[in-house]
Design a binder for this molecule. Structure first.
Ligand SMILES: NC(=O)c1ccc[n+]([C@@H]2O[C@H](COP(=O)([O-])OP(=O)(O)OC[C@H]3O[C@@H](n4cnc5c(N)ncnc54)[C@H](OP(=O)(O)O)[C@@H]3O)[C@@H](O)[C@H]2O)c1
Length: 261
C-alpha cells in the first residue's frame, strides 16, 4: 500500500530508542527522509546507521535535548536546511519523573513542564512555517494518562493533558492551512524504559521482573505488552498521506487497558 510518504521529510523527536525509534523506523521503511534526535550522540548515530542500512530515503541525525529551547530551534533549522522543509513532525520526549503530589517540588514541576509540554509547544512553533508550506502532519506521543490518570505519575497526568488541549485547539487554528494534528498515548509497550520501570518495581516489591510483567499483563485485555512496531503503525498512519480527514483526536494504543470513552 502506498502511504504517500516516499521522499517526505519527517522529524521524530527523542528517537534513538524505544517508541521514537520505532516511529522513525516505520517512516524510513515507507520511503521517507528521516531526521533522528536524542541527547546521546553515540546512540542516535548508531540508530541512524541501523536505519540507513535499509532506508531508501536519507537518514540524518542531530543531537538535541528537547527540554532546551535553543536545542529545539537548532534542530528544526538543521532539519529544514538538510531536507528543504518538513512534512511530518512527531513530538516525543523522555518521561517526566514519577511522584505523588507531596513528593514533588518546584524544580520537578518546572523541569517536567519544559520536558513534556514546552518541548512540544516549541517544536510546533519553530516547525510551523515549514508545516504550513507542506500542508503537513503533527503527531504527538504521550501516554495512556491522556485517557486515565496513572497513580504515582502526577506530572505525566498533568502535562500530557496540556498536549491534548494544545492539539485540540491547533486542529481548528491550523485546519485552514491544511495542517493536521493528533495525539497518541501508549499503554504498556515493550521498550527499554518499561523494562527498567518493571525492574525497579520488582526490586521494591521483592518480586522478579517477570512476575511484575505478568501482573501488568493481567490488566491488559489483549494479555500482553505491545511491541514498539505495533505502536508505530498508528503514528505512521496519522502522519501519512492516507490520513486526510483525522485531526484534533487522541488515541491510545494499549491493548484495551483503558476503559474510558
Ligand atoms: N513505552 C511505554 O509503554 C510508554 C507508556 C507510557 C508513556 N510512555 C512515554 O513515551 C515516551 C517514550 O518512551 P519510551 O518507552 O520509548 O522510552 P525509552 O525507551 O527510554 O526511549 C526514550 C528516548 O527518548 C530520548 N530522550 C529522553 N529524554 C530526552 C531529551 N530530554 N531530549 C531528547 N531526547 C530524549 C532517549 O535518548 P537519550 O537518552 O539519548 O536522550 C531515547 O531515545 C516517554 O515520554 C514515556 O514516558 C511510554
Amino acid at each position: 500500500m502506498d502511504l504517500g510518504l516516499k521522499g517526505k521529510r519527517v522529524l521524530v523527536l527523542a528517537s534513538s530508542k524505544g517508541l521514537g525509534k520505532a516511529a522513525a523506523e516505520a517512516y524510513a521503511k515507507a520511503g521517507a527522509n528521516v531526521m533522528l534526535t536524542s541527547r546521546t550522540v553515540k546512540n542516535v548515530k548508531q540508530t541512524a546507521e541501523d536505519l540507513s542500512s535499509f532506508a531508501e530515503g536519507t537518514i540524518a541525525y542531530h543531537p538535541c535535548d528537547v527540554s532546551k529551547k535553543e536545542d529545539i530551534k537548532k534542530l528544526i533549522d538543521e532539519t529544514a536546511a538538510r531536507f528543504g522543509g518538513i512534512d511530518v513532525l512527531v513530538n516525543n520526549a523522555g518521561g517526566p519523573p514519577p511522584g505523588k503530589f507531596e513528593d514533588l517540588d518546584e524544580e520537578d514541576w518546572e523541569w517536567a513542564y519544559q520536558l513534556t509540554l514546552m518541548s512540544t509547544v516549541r517544536a510546533i512553533r519553530y516547525a510551523l512555517p515549514y508545516l504550513k508550506q507542506s500542508k503537513g502532519r503533527i503527531v504527538n506521543i504521550t501516554s495512556s494518562s491522556i485517557k486515565e490518570p496513572i497513580d504515582g505519575l502526577l506530572l505525566s497526568n498533568v502535562y500530557r493533558m496540556g498536549i491534548v488541549g494544545l492539539a485540540k485547539t491547533l486542529s481548528k487554528e491550523l485546519a485552514p492551512d491544511g495542517v493536521l494534528i493528533n495525539t497518541v498515548g501508549p499503554g504498556r509497550i515493550d521498550t527499554e524504559r518499561v523494562r527498567t520501570l518493571d525492574a525497579a518495581k520488582a526490586e521494591k516489591l521483592q518480586l522478579t521482573p517477570d512476575e511484575v510483567r505478568e501482573q501488568s499483563e493481567a490488566a491488559i485485555p489483549l494479555g500482553r505488552y505491545g511491541e514498539p512496531e505495533e505502536f508505530a503503525n498508528i503514528i505512521l498512519f496519522l502522519g501519512s498521506g492516507l490520513n486526510t480527514y483525522v485531526t484534533g483526536q487522541m488515541f491510545v494504543a494499549d491493548g484495551g487497558m483503558t476503559h474510558s470513552y
